[in-house]
Design a protein around this ligand. Structure first.
Ligand code: DAH
Length: 330
């Protein structure tokens, strides 16, 4: 039996140890065979023999189990050593991404209006004719619909051409006063140096009891906003037309590239058009069931702001995913 004890203590792996266990204690094992002899013995022989045998078996069991624990912990240690990471090793610099310039610009604009207590509203990209046009004082077959080339589905569904329908949805689902912006993607059938079929707008709307807000408030908030975005620029309001506002204006800033001298970007005018705005047309309030209120609204294209802020000449390059462009915005 000593030779078995020696082989247990010399044993170097779990498989070998298990073989020794089977040889001794398995069904056909040495000790198991000894136990079989008991049935041929008389009572007095049996007692002493069995006591010895039990002691021997217990001894082997505890030797094997102790060895097993030792070998297992050794194997765990070896495994850990083999898969260890050396944190002192030189590490390749990893290539992290950055926010897309359009999203970064959008965030900056949203941040400004949040500071001015505007709430953030959302609407669906697939709109219906009522929210996108009718309620905004653009009746069917009205020529002003041609201002926005539209992607139509069946049943008067369409891809929204602007974020103005979110005005309508917000007014119809809440009561005045309202002070909201609605950022998001819009879609038009258009594609050239300054147009893409999908782009982003931010719509703004303020509604108060009649007489509380005026064009002067609109002017002041937009002037401050544009100086926040572009720094020290001149701001000018030009009379214009939108079906949903009356009076309406387009807003220009003095050209940030030539400081108003006249250059290629401002087409020698010294001015850059950056947004549209106006006093909400009474027909819009009628469509959403609002009475005795007044308000103002504005809308802007986020890509236009991003292009001006970062001097990106071709709008389409913002949608190509070219890393040579995007890596400049880290
Ligand atoms: N929805 C207009 C467009 O997509 C932008 C706009 C102009 C929104 C004037 C307004 C506004 O709320 O008052 O061209």
């Amino acid at each position: 039996m000593q030779e078995y004890k020696d082989s247990i203590s010399r044993c170097e792996n779990l498989a070998e140890l298990d073989k020794i266990r089977v040889d001794l204690l398995g069904k056909k094992g040495l000790i198991t065979a000894e136990f079989a002899k008991l049935k041929d013995m008389n009572e007095s022989e049996k007692k002493a023999f069995a006591a010895n045998l039990n002691k021997l078996r217990d001894e082997f069991e505890s030797l094997i189990s102790a060895k097993k624990t030792e070998l297992e912990s050794g194997e765990i240690k070896a495994k850990m050593k083999a898969s260890a990471i050396d944190v002192t090793l030189f590490n390749e610099p990893s290539n992290t991404g950055a926010l897309h310039p359009v999203m970064a610009t959008m965030d900056r604009i949203i941040e400004y209006f949040m500071m001015q207590n505007f709430s953030l509203e959302k609407g669906p990209l697939i709109e219906d004719d009522f929210h996108n046009f009718e309620a905004l004082n653009l009746p069917k077959y009205h020529p002003a619909r041609d201002m926005q080339d539209t992607f139509y589905f069946k049943d008067f569904k369409l891809l929204r051409t602007h974020t103005s329908p979110v005005q309508v949805r917000t007014m119809m689902s809440t009561k005045p006063p309202i002070r909201m912006i609605a950022p998001g993607a819009v879609f038009r059938r258009d594609m050239d140096l300054t147009h893409t079929p999908m782009f982003h707008q931010i719509e703004g709307l303020v509604v108060e009891d009649e007489g509380v807000v005026s064009f002067a408030n609109l002017k002041s908030i937009l002037e401050n906003f544009l100086r926040y975005m572009f720094g020290d620029v001149k701001v000018r309001f030009r009379p214009s037309f939108f079906p949903f506002t009356e009076p309406s204006a387009e807003v220009d800033i003095s050209c940030i590239f030539c400081k108003g001298e006249g250059c290629r970007v401002c087409k020698q005018t010294g001015w850059l058009e950056v947004l549209g705005c106006g006093v909400v047309d009474s027909n819009v309030f009628k469509a959403v069931g609002y009475k005795n209120v007044s308000g103002y609204a504005f809308g802007l294209g986020v890509e236009r702001f991003a292009m001006l802020l970062h001097q990106i000449p071709d709008l389409r390059s913002l949608f190509e995913g070219d890393l040579r462009l995007l890596e400049q915005f880290k």
